[in-house]
Design a protein around this ligand. Sequence first.
Ligand code: PLP
Length: 380
Amino acid sequence: MNQRFYLDYNATAPLRPEVRDAVAGALSLYGNPSSVHAEGRAARSAIEAAREKVAALAGARSEDVIFTSGGTEANALALAAQSGGSWHCYLSAIEHPSVLSGGRFYRETTTIFPVDADGVADLQILAKELEKHHLRGWRPFVSLMAANNETGAIQPVAEASKIVHSAGGLLHTDAVQAAGRIRLDMTTLGADMLSLSAHKIGGPKGVGALVLGAGAAVEPLIKGGGQERRRRAGTENVAGIVGFGVAAELASGDLAKAAALAALRDELETGARTIARDAVVLSARVARLPNTTCIAVPGTKAETLVIGLDLAGVAVSSGSACSSGKVEASHVLSAMGVPEEIAQGAIRVSLGFATERADIENFLKAFAELVKRLRPKVAA
Ligand code: PLP
């Protein structure tokens, strides 16, 4: 393969070399972590060391970390907890599909609350909705992501948790994209549950965690043995968890480099807007993750841009979802009220720990050629 420039960290990050080594080593820890003998104890202690590192990433206690098969399962576990009884579920319109599915909540007991034009959750509307249902005796279960995967817009989780708690409810936050990019702290966020995924921070795929706040409990989705303090049955993915731990530790260290990453991202945006002056950067007016940009080029199709960039060696993704052969604008951009003709040309470029200036320069070179080719009549 020719030289590649990977700018799709929000889809998945490359495996960190330190993680690869740790996972390879942990594959030899063949003991069952539930066994009392030395082999079992060695596997157990590797898991517990990883649990502490993952807890540190979320500002949580290690006993409150439940390892899962990834962010999707962590979200499902959170949403399964309060699906019965007198709970009503509130989800922001820009949540990841694994949250928007509502877990086991019925459609009648689920309310989607909107975001503004900048892609930030509208807490006034949420507060009004909570009041309405509170009067009917419902307890609210709210899920608001820490930051959006497409635009990077950081969500007002701490403010939301105050509103939710004063209504007697619980707040879950999907922090899969925020982890390692902005500081996370369960207490400051006021979150009762927080989801993480290893592969977005340079860990292996297929491992994640649901982190609980003080006093929060979950109803196991997977029942069987007593693993994970009876909250998630099944022999643990020891090597995956060890890799997650190493990735979490390194991701915590990356926070110090956030400003440098944001500077590279800003350089990319400035360059892209010099090439296509009418390009629109979505959520540009609000606080965003330092690594993410969603750029729409009017008069182009995101799929064409993504394929064109790929052929030039640059990996990015589109802000459109392709369902049943029809390319539709993403639900995130629709929720923000982005006009269809702009949303259709939106690509997401996401940077990460291994991104260098050469990645940005090569993106801009390929982008310039592509935009010129796709829109020959539009003067830059
Ligand atoms: N939540 C968000 C915001 C995501 O971006 C993703 C992955 O794209 C997930 C959850 C799902 O995580 P996983 O791939 O570990 O199931």
